[in-house]
Design a protein around this ligand. Sequence first.
Ligand code: HEC
Ligand code: HEC
Ligand code: HEC
Ligand code: HEC
Ligand code: HEC
Ligand code: HEC
Ligand code: HEC
Length: 410
Amino acid sequence: MHKSTFFKYIYNVKKIQLLLLIILFCATACKNEDAAYSDPRGNDYSGAQSCVQCHNDISHSAMVTAHFKATAPATSKNVLGDFTHPKNIFDYGNGSHMAMEKRGDSLFQVWYKDGKKRVEHSFDIVFGGQNAQTSVFWNNFNTFELPVSYYQAAARWGTSPGFSNTEPNFDRKVIKDCFACHSSNVRNVDPGLGSSEQKAFANDVEDVIRKDKIIYGIDCERCHGPAKKHVNFHLKFPEVKVAREITSFKGMNRQQKLDACSICHAGSDGMKMKSRFDFRPGDELADFYRPMSPEVDVHGNQHGMLTQSKCFTKSPAMNCTTCHDAHSNAASDPASYSAICSGCHTGVKHSEKTKASVSSRQLASNCVDCHMPNQQSRAISFHTSYASPLYNYQLRTHKIAVYPGTNDPR
Ligand code: HEC
Ligand code: HEC
Ligand code: HEC
Ligand code: HEC
Ligand code: HEC
Ligand code: HEC
Ligand code: HEC
């Protein structure tokens, strides 16, 4: 071996060793440090993954809720519904049908007419999953709703809300407002800037959805506001056990607490003043959105329903977290709510007629089936084929009241 090549060889080995050393250093020292993570909302956001190290229990609970899954990539793991023949068929009649098809890991809605394939689109993003699921496909910077959705209560495919049951239609744009309640970001922002500087620059008038900027679902910072400073502070001062650099819900008044939920739970047919994406805890709903219609639907408007209840108007503190844990799904056990009702209503004296209609155990443990019964949504309904009736979507009303007929024996 020539001398100089030998030295080059040694030199190269050193370079490789140095590189290995750097990699090794990063693998250990940079492990917790999310320095490489750049949040699409701006450099004052830190991302949900960064919270786990200090808020392990809350994170593990919150990350499996409907909020975190309010939108998701439409993989076969995330999309519900049967893709096997014949349950994958939505029949439009007249030799026309939609087939839900699975090819490898991709899912498609394929429209056939007279035995021929006419149009097909892939499932790209899925909305929901608790009661219903709707998917959308990409077309440039916009998303479009697939004509067929899945309904849990019926365990069937059905028309997406407002779609025809005799012919499909692939041109309904799913606007940014849907994402403003179902995701944490779709906007085109500069990750080098803070979120407040972004507001000045972000062209929010433009109704485009940025694929590369999506943060699926409603994450920690969607409800708590940007938390990078909070994270950095507590990483630097682990001995400080009092929260710093984060908005606390504890000091908020009832209106603020309510509005932090109602920004997405007070309906969407009113007047919009600002993008819901710009809402931060402590802000007022009235600066963003004002309900216009006196008609309040059980779907999407728990705020409108609850605020009509005497429980709400006559008690100064009641808000959404009186009955819901922000980091869990709604409890499905009626008894857990009854305990909350009974916290305010001690010694309710029901009439003899009411008492005779159910067992005393039912009366004590299931207040909600009588006072918050399931009701039909006027906004959402669907068909399961061209020949099926129109089914109504059912949700629990948040208008707590006495409902005639609910004392019938069940
Ligand atoms: C390095 C540790 C650390 C990280 C990382 C961290 N936090 Fe915290 N956080 C704390 C400490 C300490 C407190 C105060 C004690 C407590 O309430 O648990 C706190 C409290 C909070 C509170 C309660 C504030 C109050 O006073 O009501 C919220 C909300 C919060 N953190 C949100 C977040 C979010 C969101 C993230 C992720 C983006 C996050 N934290 C990441 C350490 C951390
Ligand atoms: C950024 C919008 C947004 C905010 C803020 C928000 N929610 Fe939601 N919430 C949603 C959406 C969207 C769904 C439906 C998610 C799904 O099923 O896909 C939902 C679902 C729920 C559910 C039903 C979960 C289940 O069990 O099916 C409850 C309960 C709930 N939210 C309560 C709250 C409370 C309480 C707050 C305030 C602390 C809040 N939400 C704040 C958008 C929001
Ligand atoms: C739907 C909105 C929402 C989401 C999503 C959410 N939080 Fe919260 N969080 C709240 C509300 C509201 C409170 C105040 C609860 C109360 O006062 O009962 C809270 C309280 C907290 C607290 C203080 C707890 C305490 O007992 O004082 C911490 C810490 C926290 N959240 C962290 C997180 C982390 C971490 C995530 C994500 C993994 C997250 N939150 C996701 C709404 C939310
Ligand atoms: C103002 C906020 C808001 C807007 C805007 C909004 N949603 Fe929702 N959406 C909700 C809430 C809250 C729920 C869950 C509770 C309910 O149905 O009241 C929900 C439920 C759903 C569900 C059923 C979720 C489940 O788990 O059962 C689907 C699917 C859905 N929305 C799709 C959409 C689509 C598509 C759009 C746009 C056309 C849209 N949403 C616009 C707030 C909103
Ligand atoms: C924070 C306290 C509080 C909670 C929690 C609460 N309520 Fe109430 N509720 C009240 C108050 C105050 C009134 C008004 C009483 C009056 O007018 O004298 C009321 C009124 C009612 C009424 C009469 C309504 C009417 O229109 O005449 C019913 C029924 C009722 N509550 C049932 C319930 C049920 C069921 C729950 C649980 C799902 C519940 N409440 C939870 C405080 C509460
Ligand atoms: C007095 C108790 C109470 C209060 C206050 C309350 N909820 Fe609920 N909520 C319930 C009950 C009961 C259910 C039904 C749970 C079930 O049967 O699975 C429910 C269900 C929900 C659901 C799931 C959709 C549905 O209808 O099944 C959403 C979303 C929701 N609540 C949001 C909210 C929001 C937002 C607020 C504040 C504006 C709020 N709730 C205040 C008791 C309450
Ligand atoms: C089987 C249905 C049913 C159940 C279960 C039930 N209620 Fe009632 N409740 C009624 C009916 C009907 C009335 C009105 C007639 C009467 O007083 O019996 C009423 C009346 C009330 C009133 C008084 C309203 C007024 O204006 O005077 C309150 C408060 C109330 N219920 C709370 C509760 C609470 C809290 C629970 C659970 C611990 C509960 N109810 C369980 C059907 C029911």
